[in-house]
Design a protein. Structure first.
Length: 320
């Protein structure tokens, strides 16, 4: 069986594709950066570069396939290319058409748990996309997961990283200033306003006000008897607290491993800029000092100090 999977860089994709391969299925990966994304599974995944918003680029992508799992979507807009209407709705309009042309018997769409009741623009786009999938001539399935989290997800992992870092930063600021400001929980509207102001000030946080609302609104199964996870698939859910604990441990392990790979120092779980003075292996030039980011850059580039190479090193560290 050959399955066409759209996406490739998200948490769902990175969990689904290994399971398909372990089950003996053939996977064709459709995304704009398919060649790069498929390198994670060399000789196992067929790369199919293409953009779901372009009907011309989708021509023939389903040929030889038996099913489609449509995951591609955005949770934040970046006009004019990345909008909910263009990607979430338009892409879901184009792909079923191509699947119907190819006579695929099964179409699986990954939606959102709050698609039916959510008020955000994101959830509205998912609701509209679901209506398009329901018109598919063959068999179709719409899956509505809640907030999907895992290493490198766009929202939950960012919140966990901030939750770990902010108390330490606030404590240090209190020590430096000698003041202890009152800390109070922020309601949703205030958190969203803060995110908007940060973007306007040129200091964007890792999520916007729309994502904060998506994180909160209607991400629950109102009727436990209607939970397809247990009723249909016989999957025992992992309690949220336990899952978040596992994610926090995984993020710290990824960060520790990445730093260990890039930096010739012992990592004790805390990231503190320190000065270094010494030769790197294979570097016969005069020893030079620098922060841990400088050392990481020199390790990854053999001592070269080009700005673009340093930026690539920084991205490697931030990726986790």
């Amino acid at each position: 069986m050959r399955v066409l999977v759209t996406g490739g860089s998200g948490v769902i994709d990175e969990g689904l594709i290994p399971h398909l391969l372990e089950a003996g299925q053939h996977v064709r990966l459709l995304t704009r950066g398919a060649d790069e994304a498929a390198r994670e599974w060399p000789d196992a995944v067929e790369a199919c570069p293409g953009d779901v918003t372009s009907p011309e680029q989708l021509a023939g992508v389903v040929d030889g396939c038996d099913a489609v799992v449509h995951i591609t979507g955005i949770i934040a807009e970046a006009p004019p290319e990345r909008t909910f209407a263009r990607v979430n709705v338009g892409g879901t309009q184009n792909l079923p058409r191509e699947a119907a042309r190819g006579g695929l018997p099964k179409f699986i769409y990954i939606s959102s748990l709050a698609a039916e009741r959510g008020t955000s623009d994101y959830h509205a786009s998912k609701r509209e996309a679901e209506a398009l999938v329901r018109r598919y001539e063959g068999e179709w399935v719409i899956l509505r997961p809640g907030n999907v989290y895992g290493p490198c997800d766009d929202v939950i992992s960012a919140v966990l990283r901030l939750h770990r870092a902010l108390p330490v930063m606030l404590n240090r600021f209190e020590q430096l200033t000698g003041r202890k400001p009152l800390r109070i929980p922020s309601p949703e509207f205030l958190a969203g306003a803060g995110a908007r102001l940060a973007h306007l000030a040129g200091m964007p946080p890792p999520f916007n006000d729309s994502q904060i609302r998506m994180l909160i609104e209607e991400n629950v199964v109102r009727d436990p008897e209607g939970n397809a996870l247990t009723r249909v698939f016989n999957v025992t859910p992992t309690p949220l607290a336990e899952g978040l604990g596992m994610l926090a441990d995984a993020l710290m392990e990824m960060f520790r491993r990445r730093c260990t790979e890039l930096m010739p120092i012992e990592f004790d779980g805390r990231f503190r800029p320190r000065r270094h003075d010494g030769r790197l292996a294979g570097d016969e030039r005069r020893p030079g000092g620098g922060t841990e980011f400088d050392v990481a850059h020199r390790c990854a580039t053999g001592g070269r100090r080009r700005p673009e190479a340093r930026m690539r090193t920084w991205r490697k560290i931030r990726k986790c």
